[in-house]
Design a binder for this molecule. Structure first.
Ligand code: FAD
Length: 461
């Protein structure tokens, strides 16, 4: 716990009104979307930063006094990445939420870290431009959190992840130094790509205070095909067959029967609860290319035992479909007091083994699981509904989790595709990465943050 005089110094840097210290207020920052009780530790204070200079001052002070500093966007990550296991200061970026520049000719946007992804997308659209990374909760999650977690979403299949849309970053280092990394140009081959090193570093290397984003032209049109299957295997074979045909949908998403039923009970959108799997395939591009794409995909689906195939062309129909897919996490929360959503990925050819294997593992551990995923990428999210206060269920959950990770690794995959490591997955790092790559990462961390004040206890032990 921080001594009162330290808190007073922080208040003198920012002013009283920007520093939260009451227990009730701090409690709101003790957790993120991870849910696990063991992560619930109060920070010593939460500070509302409004300028780069304020971030620099706070970091200088924290570094001198070796106080942990944890950056926080919307707190929606699922790996306890913005919790405070050793207390310290939370940097709240909700007031650094301005879009500083939008240049439709260069197709770039300069933003502060607290800008919500939805606002970036909507402004880009006004000029016919597109910011593709789309975590399912893009209506609330921030660009700072997205950069730190390298988040992606359904459209990664065609458009890549956050890292593909970062040109330059302004970051504040642990000692308060402001540095610009990368260039504001579409290409840049000068020196190491330190901007990319920050992407996915989960707030452990530096604090992002400004980002220059790349935008692309918005596809002229999109259509969404939905198709049901009597077996999970058929749905996955159909999805790989689409990719083999050299059509690249912007998304191929998947819901298993438990997810279909849970979402239908939650939102009554007319999903067929009798089917084992649902594929949601979005195709986009020029209007002139759509007929060929749609026909090719429809043929493949028909040849792979798909049932009740529908094509949605109108925006309101399309949004209704995505709305039900995005509702799957919220819907699962109705099944039990808690839900833990995981994130694993394998090469596509091993997806059937992964999905069926995870279902088996959860069954054997008496756990309810709803599996959704961006299966075009080989990425699934087993969402486990349970009561974390039930010791027996918690033990079974831990067993299931480590068996699912082992399975993903044995199938040539890895333990996170888009959620990151945070505190949650640290103990599985050794089994996942080359030991020498972990050594290198630790050396890099030491150079950036020798006093280990930036988000300590995340990514590494
Ligand atoms: C319902 C739901 C659906 C989701 N769907 C997806 C999905 O489809 N794809 C996906 O990839 N993720 C998904 N996520 C996870 C989450 O949305 C992403 O990780 C998101 O990008 C986190 O943004 P945030 O603003 O909430 O960040 P936070 O959770 O607040 O922070 C995340 C990390 O970023 C760091 N951080 C925040 N701001 C800064 C900064 N300025 N500088 C340095 N570090 C910073 C934090 O310290 C922490 O390590 C989902 C989460 C939920 C709850």
């Amino acid at each position: 716990m921080l001594l009162k005089n330290k808190i007073n110094s922080i208040k003198s840097i920012l002013g009283n009104s920007k520093v939260l210290t009451s227990r009730e207020e701090l409690y709101c920052y003790a957790q993120d979307s991870t849910n696990l009780r063991e992560n619930c530790v109060l920070p010593d204070c939460v500070v509302y930063v409004e300028t780069i200079e304020e971030v620099q001052e706070i970091l200088k002070f924290a570094n001198k006094n070796k106080i942990p500093v944890v950056s926080r966007g919307a707190g929606t990550n699922m790996v306890a990445a913005c919790t405070c296991p050793s207390g310290g200061i939370i940097l709240n970026f909700s007031r650094m939420n301005k879009i500083l520049d939008f240049n439709p000719i260069n197709m770039t946007m300069r933003v502060q870290p607290g800008v919500v992804l939805k606002d970036i997308k909507e402004l880009a659209l006004e000029e016919g431009l597109f910011y593709p990374p789309d975590p399912s909760n893009y209506k609330v999650s921030t660009i700072g959190g997205s950069i730190a977690q390298s988040s992606s979403g359904a459209r990664a299949l065609k458009y890549g992840t956050t890292k593909d849309y970062i040109l330059s970053l302004k970051v504040v280092l642990a000692d308060g130094t402001l540095v610009k990394l990368g260039a504001d140009t579409i290409k840049d081959a000068v020196g190491y790509h330190l901007n990319q090193l920050i992407v996915g570093s989960e707030g452990t290397l530096a604090v992002v205070v400004e980002a220059d984003l790349k935008l692309i032209p918005k596809p002229e049109t999109r259509q969404v095909i939905t198709a049901y299957f009597e077996s999970i295997q058929d749905s996955i074979i159909a999805s790989t067959s689409i990719l083999k045909s050299k059509i690249l949908p912007s998304t191929i998403d998947f819901m298993d029967n438990n997810s279909i039923r849970t979402v239908e009970e939650f939102s009554c959108v007319g999903l067929d609860v009798t089917k084992e799997a649902l594929l949601i395939i979005e195709l986009d591009g020029f209007i002139s290319s759509m007929e060929y794409q749609i026909e090719t995909v429809l043929n493949i689906l028909q040849n792979n035992n798909a049932k009740d195939i529908q094509v949605a062309k109108e925006e309101n129909e399309i949004e209704k479909i995505w709305g039900s897919r995005r509702a799957s996490f919220a819907a699962t929360t109705r099944l039990a007091p808690d839900v833990v959503s995981d994130d694993i990925i394998v090469p596509r050819e091993n997806l059937v083994k992964l999905v069926l294997g995870c279902k088996n593992i959860c069954n054997e551990n008496n756990l309810q699981v709803c599996i959704v995923g961006h299966i075009g990428d080989g990425n699934i999210h087993p969402q486990i509904a349970l009561d974390l206060d039930d010791d027996n269920q918690f033990k079974q959950y831990l067993d299931a989790k480590s068996r699912m990770y082992d399975l993903a690794i044995n199938l040539g995959g890895t333990i996170s595709a888009e959620h990151g490591v945070g505190k949650e997955k640290i103990s599985y790092l050794d089994a996942t990465l080359d030991i020498n790559s972990i050594k290198l990462m630790k050396q890099i961390k030491k150079i950036f943050d020798p006093n280990n004040i930036l988000n300590p206890g995340k990514v590494f032990k």
